[in-house]
Design a protein around this ligand. Structure first.
Ligand code: CA
Length: 236
């Protein structure tokens, strides 16, 4: 048996015809699923079990999964994968803006859900070990510990802000396109609005003390994307 403890997944789904078979799949893949059947149960369990990831159905008997998502995001950075029967782009955008990391459209296979879960966990750094720390000017990023600091002062970043900063840092000095940021940080093939990206870039800039009108760190490359510049690093 593996010595490491398995990852706990809070599985919010009212239909037993879905939760029962998929719980078995998750358990077989080494996860520890805990099922909640209502929004109220989900929020109550969240406080007790501290899951590694939340698998969240959109339609629940006592409410909308997107409200649960928003509520979870007020207090937690836990990765959230939404289960949705609604596949229109509008619903996807709304789900991601509520703070979900990814979504799977019903009907889905066990393999599909497991691969999404693993991808989101990997991206969130909850699967990252032995990843080399990066230093860009006075910014330090430790992807394994998911910690970042500027001038020795710890930065309190949301998970998405951290992922964005890490992705920009890996490409420091180069432009990273909006589409690449969306697909690498959110893992979606993006063909719609990138408003979500702007919101998170805005948050990151604020925390870096970057003036949006004349940013020192994150430069907007109009019509393309963003570039993390390194103040003071260019030769004098
Ligand atoms: Ca449902």
């Amino acid at each position: 048996m593996a010595a490491s403890s398995s990852r706990v997944i809070l599985f919010v789904e009212d239909e037993e015809a879905i939760s029962a078979p998929f719980s078995k799949v998750l358990a077989r893949e080494g996860f520890e699923p805990v099922v909640a059947r209502t929004s109220a149960d989900a929020l109550e369990l969240m406080g007790r079990i501290d899951p590694d990831l939340v698998l969240l159905d959109l339609t629940l008997p006592d409410g909308d999964g997107r409200d649960v998502c928003r509520e979870l995001r007020r207090t937690s950075d836990v990765p959230i994968v939404m289960l949705t029967a609604r596949g229109s782009e509008m619903d996807r955008v709304v789900g991601l803006e509520m703070g979900a990391d990814d979504y799977v459209v019903k009907p889905f296979s066990g393999a599909e859900v497991v691969s999404r879960i693993r991808a989101v966990l990997r991206r969130s750094g909850r699967d990252a070990r032995g990843v080399v720390a990066m230093r860009i000017g006075d910014i330090e990023i430790d992807p394994g510990a998911r910690k970042a600091s500027i001038g020795g002062e710890a930065l309190s970043l949301t998970r998405k802000e951290f992922d964005l900063l890490a992705e920009l840092a890996r490409n420091a000095g180069q432009v990273v396109s909006r589409e690449d940021l969306m697909s690498r940080v959110w893992d979606v093939n993006w063909f719609g609005s990138t408003k979500t990206l702007d919101v998170h870039i805005g948050g990151l800039r604020r925390k870096l003390g970057d003036d949006p009108a004349a940013p020192e760190y994150i430069e907007t490359v109009r019509g393309v994307g963003f570039r993390l510049d390194v103040p003071g690093e260019s030769p004098a």
